[in-house]
Write a protein that binds this ligand. Structure first.
Ligand code: ZN
Length: 411
């Protein structure tokens, strides 16, 4: 391995070091505040709830420290020891050509998925189960894993064939063509996700007729959102965590409520959560996220173009210069860069959440929004006292105390 290969492996280790440091900070802050409910929540969150949330947050964070270290070690092992013999095994099975490169990437993906599976199982059956959140059975867990794996292969195999074929057919311009195709596919996926992909995993039913539905329809009509886009998802088959989300765009857009959320919140709170999701719709947040992903993908394809165009990158790790290998090695090596970019992406996402909160406040008032956020936090055992630096790096939603303070601050 060359000096550059060593530098990349050290960067992966440093990135994991940063991840562990931030998680240790998070645990220390939560621990330091575990015996005092923040004054804004003193009436609604009991000390018992607050301590339990601290316990859950610390357990979750400990778990992710182990995972962070393990993932970094596995990435370095792949780059230094694992990819070469895996490629040799594929070479022994398949003639040189497109199939060889594609098979290498898919085989790597399957092995990486299997290595990751014990963590997913431990998360559900050990971590989540300890706090009473898990509803998955081992059978359902395995079915989920098999479905996800099959879906990933079904989507990535044709894309890989297409990309490696273009690489040969148009060596100079392939990356721009591939990029345009990638964007078209990403848009298509965003459109079909709510109606084709999500239903592979959950059942979506229209909201039950009744007073609640009439109330929601009135709110939807006020915002110009078609009421047939409102669904309830059977999230309770996997976990008792409650949530709601907005997905898709154009005719395929949907607002989805977890059944667990509908079961626990008051009609006023549910209305405010709907108003928040409508905020995401009004501000075009799904479109913005797609544009952002498109900008990042452009850089990604430019890097691929450079890496595929010479044997330098594979050479850094002493690997054969097959596009399949280069792609996998790049995916492994990009982690430190994604990690450094995560505060920027998280910040953009939090800004969108503030916008949606403000929209909901104007539509239904701040009180139901505050009480919905408080209940969500309490029921999901989310911490009210995260470490600020940790939150800056990783929180896609602003910490609930900050959201509540923001809502309170406005008239
Ligand atoms: Zn939101």
């Amino acid at each position: 391995m060359s000096a550059m290969g060593v530098v990349i492996c050290l960067a992966i280790a440093a990135s994991a070091g940063l991840g562990v440091y931030l998680r240790l900070r998070q645990m220390a802050t939560v621990e330091a505040n575990r015996d005092r409910v923040p004054p804004d929540f003193a009436g609604e969150v009991t000390l018992d709830d607050h301590r339990r949330a601290a316990e859950y947050t610390i357990a979750k964070t400990e778990f992710s420290i182990v995972e962070t270290i393990f993932d970094a070690a596995i990435s370095v092992l792949w780059l230094t020891l694992g990819l070469a013999p895996l490629y040799a095994a594929v070479v022994a099975m398949v003639e040189p050509g497109l199939v060889r490169s594609v098979l290498f990437v898919l085989l790597f993906g399957v092995i990486a998925g299997l290595i990751d599976m014990p963590f997913a199982a431990a998360r559900a059956f050990w971590l989540e189960a300890r706090f009473g959140f898990n509803r998955l059975t081992p059978q359902k867990f395995l079915i989920d894993q098999a479905k996800t794996g099959a879906l990933e292969i079904a989507v990535s195999a044709p894309l890989l064939f297409g990309m490696f074929w273009l690489l040969r057919a148009a060596p100079d311009t392939w990356w721009l063509l591939a990029y345009v195709a990638f964007i078209a596919i990403a848009i298509a996926m965003a459109v079909i996700y709510p109606t084709v992909i999500a239903p592979l995993f959950n059942t979506f039913t229209p909201l039950e007729e009744g007073a609640m539905k009439r109330r929601m329809e009135a709110l939807l009509a006020k915002c110009g959102f078609e009421s047939k886009g409102l669904y309830v998802m059977d999230a309770s088959t996997r976990s008792t965590h409650g949530n709601a989300y907005f997905s898709g765009f154009g005719k395929a857009k949907r607002i989805v409520f977890f059944d667990t959320l509908l079961a626990r919140h008051s009609p006023d709170e549910i209305e405010s959560i709907l108003a928040h999701e409508l905020g995401h719709f009004k501000f075009g947040h799904v479109r913005q996220m797609l544009l952002q992903a498109a900008a990042i993908a452009f850089l990604g394809f430019a890097v691929l173009w450079q890496a595929f165009g010479s044997d330098v990158f594979a050479g850094w790790f002493g690997l054969p210069n097959d596009p399949g290998i280069v792609l996998v090695a790049l995916l492994l090596a990009r982690e430190p860069i994604s990690h450094i970019l995560s505060p920027l992406l998280a910040w953009r996402s939090r800004r969108a959440e503030f916008e949606a909160d403000a929209f909901a406040r104007d539509l239904v008032g701040k009180e139901p929004m505050i009480s919905a956020l408080t209940r969500l936090t309490r029921d999901n055992l989310a911490t009210l006292t995260p470490d600020p630096l940790y939150a800056t790096f990783y929180f896609s939603h602003p910490p609930v105390p900050v959201r509540v303070a923001q809502l309170r601050a406005t008239a």
